[in-house]
Ligand binder design. Sequence first.
Ligand SMILES: [Zn+2]
Length: 284
Amino acid sequence: MTVYIGVDIRGTKIAASTVDSTGKVLDKARRETPAQDVAAIANAVAEVAAELQAKSSGRTIGGIGVACAGFVDADGEAVVFAPNLAWRDEPLAQRLRDATGLPVTLDNDANAAAWGEFKFGAAREAKDTVMVTLGTGVGGGIVSQDQLTRGAHGMAAEIGHLRVVPDGRRCGCGNRGCWEQYASGTALVREAREMVAAQSPHAAELSALCGGDPQALNGTMITTAAKAGDQASIELLEDIGRWAGEGMASLAAVLDPDMFVIGGGVSAAGDLVLEPARAALPDN
Ligand SMILES: [Zn+2]
């Protein structure tokens, strides 16, 4: 049986697994990411691949699929830029072929997530799907007519930078009013911190959770408080969900998907976010 190795390279960790052709995970391995040393990152990937190969008891390794947190060129060969890693025009696919001796396919993490959901996950019945990850930022991947949409330069589906508010909040990308300034986990925590810092009586529960220190608040605390019935936390998540739905409504008008798949840390809030998101979409 031929098996494959999937590797997810993030700012702090490299997570890898062996999977069979149905997407079933057979073995796992991980390493910390030596984020500032491009050769060391490739060596760490080769190490996890070797570890998984040793565990695969003689099965043929058909290749390595690599997902990374960065901008990947349209050919799937190089990482043009990665905000949290040292890659700048890094020929990662070739470097990993050289380091492992195996075929390597490279894509950005959101495209890889979209493809995984499309092939084996929530969207396997769909033909046209949009993956939306609500995490530190808002990421995405678009599958249209059974194909990933990459764009002319490999930069398609940077949906977090969809402009939803003209002259809105300043974004790290340099523009204003980007969707991720309103629908991400970062936006959720920012709003909650502002409420605690303003000593709003409405935020008493959140304030107690973080010991009165707004900087100690995190998304998990807010989700946990909301699930326990804290009204302020519920409303904060509703706002995120509503913004998520507004952005998806725009995407739906352009792409006409038969399904959105929502991932990322904020999705752990479940219906607290999904219900207001659905309500903001047409035909729901
Ligand atoms: Zn932006």
